[in-house]
Design a protein around this ligand. Sequence first.
Ligand code: KG4
Ligand code: ZN
Length: 370
Amino acid sequence: MTNDKIIQMDMGTSVSGARGTVCLGIESSCDETSAAIVDSNKNILAHIIYSQIPEHQRYGGVVPELAARAHILAIDTVIRETLARANMTIDDIDVIAATAGPGLIGGVLIGWMAATGIAQSTGKPLVAVNHLEGHALVPRLAAATADDSAAPVAVEFPYLLMLASGGHCQILLVRGVGKYELIGQTLDDSAGEAFDKVSKMLGLGYPGGPIVDKHASMGIPRAFDFPRPLTDKPGCDFSFSGIKTAARTFLSKYDAPYSNEFINDFCASFQAAVVDCIINRLEHAMKTDAVKAAQPKTLVVAGGVAKNSAIRTAMEKLARDNNMIFAAPPMKLCTDNGAMIAWAGLENYKIGNIVREPIAPRPRWPLTEL
Ligand code: KG4
Ligand code: ZN
């Protein structure tokens, strides 16, 4: 791992006002090795994301063993370089935080052991961050509107959260740090998985979400009649496997290679079905007793799929129609990153949630078990 390679992944810095508590956050649960230094005044002092995507691309998805090896090779350089960019040494850091699950356990272990080593050798407090909580809380570090311009307000508890990533698809009522009430979830695939699989079927590559999103913006959403599973049923759960099967059935009637126009229309139609499912389920969520009683003022989307422009735009309208404010993380903080782990670390540190005895990282760790 050379410094040149990671320099291209630098996210830049933004500093305003005084520095509060300073946290070094480490993320390694999937195919990004990332570290960030964030302070409690919401300054991102340095942030490096080393993406392994090129290493997995030829296999059409993340290969866990390759990911773990790439994390081992990258982690030291990523941490050192992040400190250097902030013009800091480890002495300037107040808190260490790292993802302790859920995720690919080989990768999680590498980031977690690095963080544990730093904490033990320096005597600094250590926070075990749930990766999903990183996604869930990052809009409180930085929020944006659908078009990625700065959101006018800070995201306060409670808020209604659509958490959509490669591994998860859940609607949650976020009452506070560590306080998540599950309102609905997918019964099969996650939204990100559906995007990735459809991209693969079309021979478009990995990760599929951004590729399908781009083609969809050039296509006709009603060209193919995709189903909207469960939208005629009560409740807030999702099912994406029917949409995926419909995609396979449609494609079996056409011969590859597909024309650009075909791909654009196919992606637009698939994406429109996903958007309709998300909006329908959120509408139901807003009518549940739990959500009505909590009266969340903000509707939030987070996770890698929150980068999707059609989903952001549709959710912004839904929020407006229901007198709610819409907020999403800025685009660069939607997919996996160290800043969200540093921020979740700070939020947990503030309430005294630090590691007091050795813990085992967890491949599965639902938000409702915090
Ligand atoms: O949160 P994330 O970086 O990793 C997990 O924790 O899983 O999410 C990755 C997922 C992938 O499935 C990727 O295809 C999807 O987010 N994604 C998108 C977009 N950008 C990334 N899905 C739809 N539209 C996008 N623009
Ligand atoms: Zn993630």
